[in-house]
Each structure stands twice: as C-alpha cells, then as structure tokens.
Design a protein. Structure first.
Length: 162
C-alpha cells in the first residue's frame, strides 16, 4: 500500500489533524460523534486508520487484536501530534499528494479549466494562475497562490525537522 492510499478517521480530540492530513492529500474523516462504537465501526468498515487521544478506545478488542490500525496520540500539541503520526506510520514525504483533497469536505478535487473559473476568482488570480482545482461538493476553488506556498513550506517543515 502506498502512502497516498491511506485513509484516516480522526477523533474530535485531535481534530486539527484532519485538515493537515487533507492538505497532505489523505482522505481524513473527522469524527464528531459521541459514541465510541461509531468511530470504531467506521474505522473497521472503511479500513481507516484511527487517530485519537482516547485511551479507552484503544482497549477495544478489535483494536487490541489489530483489526483496526490506530495511533494513540500522546501530545496536546499539534506539531508533536503530526510528527508522531509521520514517524509511527513512516509517512514518506514523496508519497504525499498535497492539495488534492478539499480541506472542508474531504472530497477529492477535480481539475478546472481556466475559462470555467473566470468569473469566480479575483482578476489578479485569474491573470497570474494557470491551474485550478474544484471541490465537487462545495465548489470551493483552489489554486497555487501565496497561501498555498505558505502551506507547502509548513508541510515541508514537518519532515525537515523530524
Ligand atoms: Zn469542498
């Protein structure tokens, strides 16, 4: 299995990581329910790696038996949490597909032609960018602007200092 095929379910107690994983190109469901049974069932049915700070969930039989891959997150700090996931799962930076998933909906982005986004992005962006991607669910547009570059550098930092 290559890294880009990994799928996650992120417990709300480490919810910030869902966005980061999406940014890196992983399918990452954010679990906001209260029932442990539901997060465990989804992880099992959809073969998702479970990320949580909840020790109680880790004692579930399906997890102890290894039917669900999971990472018990140790730190309260986001940077340390991401580093733990990278090192535990041995995520290779070269296998990431940054900015291919909608950060809001967790849907895979589709390429858009410049013409179709013409009236939907600021004129400066239209003039300076050639490639756009669109979320099929919320129709949010993504392009490689300054925000994107800033995020890319932030993402790189997680590996460079690991
Ligand atoms: Zn979306």
């Amino acid at each position: 299995m290559i890294d880009a095929e990994l799928k996650f379910i992120v417990d709300h107690n480490v919810g910030k990581m869902a966005k980061w994983l999406r940014m890196a190109g992983f399918d990452a469901l954010l679990f906001t329910g209260a029932e442990d049974d539901a997060i465990v069932a989804t992880a099992l049915n959809e073969k998702r790696i479970l990320l949580t700070r909840d020790r109680r969930i880790m004692k579930r039989r399906v997890i102890v038996a290894g039917h669900i891959k999971s990472v018990l997150i140790e730190s309260d700090h986001f940077t340390a949490q991401v580093r733990q996931v990278i090192s535990t799962l041995k995520l290779d930076k070269s296998c990431l597909r940054p900015f291919t998933i909608c950060l809001e909906c967790n849907r895979r982005l589709q390429g858009s032609t410049k013409e179709t986004v013409k009236d939907r992005v600021p004129p400066y962006v239209f003039l300076t960018q050639e490639q756009f991607s669109e979320c099929p669910a919320c129709h949010r547009l993504y392009w490689q602007g300054t925000h994107w570059q800033f995020m890319s550098r932030k993402m790189d930092a997680f590996w460079n200092c690991a």
